[in-house]
Design a protein around this ligand. Sequence first.
Ligand code: ZN
Length: 246
Amino acid sequence: MQDEQLLRYSRQIFLPEVDVGGQQVLLNSRILVLGLGGLGSPVAMYLASSGVGTITLADFDDVDLSNLQRQIMHGTSDVGSPKTVSAAKRLREMNPEIELIELSEKLNEQSLRAQVKLANVVLDCTDNFTSRFLINSVCLEQKTPLVSGAAVGFSGQLAVFDFFKFSAPCYQCLYPAEGPDADHCSDTGVVGPLVGVIGSLQALEALKIILDIGQSFAAKLLLFDALDGRWHNVSIPADPDCPVCG
Ligand SMILES: [Zn+2]
């Protein structure tokens, strides 16, 4: 590792859980971030600044003025630009050392599978059940760890599925039916800092998985009620009738 890298990452290299070896693991790792909105913003920024060597940025949307209240990776001058372009610009400024791969087209199952195969961890930062179910089934099939976040209104949730170690439960065990597609972020309100809280937790869990440190959050669901200021931590039971992992 070069002197400049030792300095850039010094505050996490100081941690015995990371050290120079762990930093090298991060630099050699590859993460897939699906969705570059409210959750994807802190996810991509913290993983880039931490020195995850390769980050694939996937989003087919353009930046809209109504995004800026919570999607803090994008700025006013980015309105109208693809989110991938805006995100890459911001992340390059934060950390020019890492490799960024921009995917601006909508991923079908085949292209998603190809990207998941290349990734050490997948971060689901999308805002609809159709995408979430597809991402879940592909990650399970490829045995790739999945860190899933969601935030609507004042309620947030985090779920981690370490498919490399456990084949059940999966995301679909949480939502046996098709799921209420109502919680699409463009249709409902969400308070800005909440996506920052949940997205930051997603980035943190991804780092823990890559570094293989701490308590695994796998098969647990963390629920956060921002109005009450309460956190709940519940186990996700594997659903024997789950169409994906059952
Ligand atoms: Zn399942």
